[in-house]
Design a protein around this ligand. Sequence first.
Ligand code: MN
Length: 301
Amino acid sequence: MTTPRNAHNSHGVEPVALARPRGIDQIVAGVSTSDGDGVKLTRVLHQTLQQRLDPYLMLDAFGSDNPGDYIGGFPSHPHRGFETVTYMISGRMRHRDSAGHEGLLSNGGVQWMTAGRGLIHSELPEQEEGLMEGFQLWLNLPAKDKLRDPWYRDIQSEEIPEFTTPANVHVRVIAGESHGVQGAVQREHTEPLYLDITMPPGTEFSQRLPHTHNALLYVFRESLYIGNSEIPTKRMAIFANDPGSDGVVLHAPASNHSPARALLIAGKPLHEPIAQYGPFVMNTREQVLEAVQDFQSGKLG
Ligand code: MN
């Protein structure tokens, strides 16, 4: 086995010791729904949690080995006013957009798209069978950037910085910074942290985090503990913003039969009004109506 260039061994990783880790505010099950052309998914972060988890607007989890659950994909549709981050655990999806970007998202890769003033894109499976599993996260843009130029980056799996702690916890740093390792993407205003953490039974992991940043944990293999509370698989924990707290600590119980795996996502809230209509997220109702009119008159594509 060779060591990929983006992998840091435990010698290069800064240890993190926390004195006052955060507690839990609530545990959320998510809602089963479908979107696009009949893609079955679980909406983990839905509209009623947008203020609570500012700057995040949505988190969808999809995962099925039944092609009927995903084969229709997401045909041409518009976006304006925010960023979409798609993380593919398993499967292949082709992206095309009206700004001229095209890319294939596959196993372990990330597609980061800034819709800005708007575009029309399609996200279509490039497989007819097998497992398709992954996540789509929507990250808001500050008011001043909502009409910026669209931006797009395909981040292949081998380009995502990774490290392993001395306890053998493996971390993929999609955005932000963890244990001294810089992630693939940085954003100035929302300071997103996006980690994919794999924890063998009986291990612990700590992440430093300003208490004002909103933070969530979505467990998708086995279970994890935050303090004395168990977060079962397919549940999202929203961390409390305890004043004086210095980060979050996760424990994988020794009773797990295999490594637990979870997304740890955090960001700096924008504290700006949120006005959403489907794929348009602006600050006021008037701006949303303008987006709909621009789409209908062909100005987004
Ligand atoms: Mn889309």
